[in-house]
Design a protein around this ligand. Structure first.
Ligand SMILES: [Mg+2]
Length: 352
């Protein structure tokens, strides 16, 4: 993470160099075999393995569009920033190699709060420290080194993450491989993130301060799917190893929208069996179909393929099938108790 001389307004608070050297120190706990040189030089150096190709994805998170400072704990914003990129790698079946983080932050978010008598040794308790703690905890858990980035002062908070992954050459899971007759599968359950967000909104509405509401212990599990989603990296890599999936993507915008993307790229249509949908406890059918940010994998496989009940500990459910596109027919159809209805893309539009 280097300073750019072109930025006229440097980050105040602990000082940019101090902050960068702290990020460098914190990021030193993460590494990957491909990362030869991380934070500290003009560029990071990566050395891809023979027989693999690199997968690259970028995700922009903007205050009041993808997160709210008065709703989301800073640790959760850091976790979610990295999780969005990792989920894209998972969707291609790639293994994380390096992450690059660029932050634009208002000065208040880089300043340490006044020390409390109860925490005389708490030196780094600013918003950015908590953000980094959340991001780096997920980075360590997924063996994703933070290898560089940039910092600048900004009138509102913005975090951009670039993820580099590696996948065996020619084996990445694409959106374009689905064919009529194949089965449609999903990992995990649907709607938990949307249900958690709705609960978080209620908590925030009943709180009086401008800081995120304290989350009662009893609600931690309900909110975890929204605040701390787990990208399905092991499941995506398993699908590449076994060669079972013909197409895949991650559910970031909601099943109705993301399945339409898969159909579009593959030039096919799809039927979803409403009764087979693994709806998360506490979630509604609407949240399962249209709620965003579940970060589960949606994939297709030949009808004759034998899929296990779970992959790396996460259940796998067959939710429908791929069919031929017909003019005048909806791209995605929801089948429910002898009724057929079009499933229109109504995925979650974040805070817009
Ligand atoms: Mg994606």
């Amino acid at each position: 993470v280097r300073s750019k001389e072109s930025y006229s307004s440097k980050l105040p608070g602990p000082g940019e160099l101090t902050l960068i050297s702290r990020i460098r120190h914190l990021a030193a706990n993460t590494s990957s075999p491909e990362l030869r040189l991380g934070i500290g030089d003009d560029c990071a150096l990566l050395r891809p393995r023979a027989g693999e190709e690199l997968a690259v994805t970028t995700d922009l998170s903007i205050e009041n569009r993808h997160f709210r400072l008065d709703w989301h704990p800073p640790e959760a914003i850091g976790h979610r920033t990295l999780a969005r990129g990792l989920s894209d790698l998972a969707a291609m079946g790639a293994r994380p190699v390096a992450a690059f983080l660029s932050l634009g932050l208002p000065p208040a978010l880089t300043q340490s709060k006044a020390r409390r008598p109860s925490q005389p040794n708490a030196q780094h308790n600013s918003w950015i420290d908590q953000f980094l703690a959340g991001l780096l905890a997920l980075a360590e858990a997924t063996k994703t080194p933070l290898a560089g980035g940039d910092l600048a002062q900004s009138p509102f908070a913005v975090a951009d993450i670039v993820l580099i992954g590696a996948v065996p050459r020619g084996r990445a899971l694409l959106r374009s491989g689905a064919q009529p007759g194949q089965s449609l599968y999903i990992t995990g359950s649907l709607g938990a993130a949307a249900a958690g967000l709705a609960r978080l909104a209620q908590l925030a509405a009943s709180a009086t301060s401008s800081t995120p509401p304290r989350i009662p212990k009893a609600l931690a599990t309900t909110l975890a799917a929204h605040l701390y989603p787990r990208p399905r990296l092991a499941q995506g890599q398993w699908l590449v190893r076994t060669n079972l999936a013909t197409a895949a993507l991650d559910l970031s915008d909601g099943l109705s929208t993301d399945l339409a993307h898969l159909c579009q790229e593959s030039g096919v249509a799809a039927e979803v069996d409403a009764d087979s949908l693994p709806i998360a406890p506490g979630a509604t059918l609407d949240q399962a179909l249209n709620g965003g940010e579940d970060y589960e994998l949606l994939f297709t496989a030949p009808a004759a393929a034998r899929l296990p009940r779970s992959i790396a500990g996460i259940p796998v459910t067959r939710i429908g099938r791929i069919v031929k596109p017909r003019s005048g027919r909806p791209q995605v159809t929801l089948l429910a108790e002898q009724r057929r209805e079009p499933l229109l893309p109504r995925g979650w539009e974040h805070f817009s």
